[in-house]
Design a protein around this ligand. Sequence first.
Ligand SMILES: [Zn+2]
Length: 259
Amino acid sequence: MPELIEVELYRKAATRALNRTVSSVLISSQKYLKQGTQPTDLRSAVCGSRLVTARRTGKLLLLEIGTAVVGLRFGMTGRLIVDGEATINELLYTTSEVQQQHIRFVMNFDEGGTLAVVDPRSFGNVELNPDETSLGPDAMHIPTDDLAQLFKRSRATIKAVLLDQAKISGIGNLLCDEILWRTGLSPTRAGCSLNSEEIERVTHTLRNTIRDLTKRGGSHTGDLQSERHRKGVCPTDGVQLEQTKVAGRTSWWCPEHQL
Ligand SMILES: [Zn+2]
């Protein structure tokens, strides 16, 4: 959290500030800037320039300002606030209330209004001209054949493949468990063990799940969400869910229908 779905909502919110000129930048602490980005460089790169585009790859929001690109990562609890309006009021693992001490980054505009990042746990960061080539294609737009190749070439678990941001970007733990549950595949299966029909099912379900949860309002709105606990059962067949650590992440899945 936030995953691709939340960051896409942030991107849409950021477009409200398009064509405005950055007048000043406030950074709560050097620690919130990704290593290598200096406050003075960031300020001189963006102040006096216009916000041209708001793009996104996976969980990374990219603001093109003049000739510079500012990358925003939201970690576990980051939210984008545009003109004082929270994009998402409810986000798992965080408070919906905005507290002054949690505001990490603010851009003010000549025309008025602000674009700010509030991040209580402060795992997110801001980076000037981030290396976009380190990210795999966005999960919503990855071609089916590319996804098939990723699975076929990998002895890692399918969950590890889907969470590897260098291979396919945007999917986090909650979305991943929901996709695999809807697909009926165990997160512990090796990527290379999937047959063509199963790969097709994953790609189809992946897109539909992203669309569905976007409509519902976030990665935490999946059908499996309320059952992610020790006594949780599969919403389809009522069988008690398994909790397994896969790819270093707590995974909930149904041993009955996820094969
Ligand atoms: Zn089940």
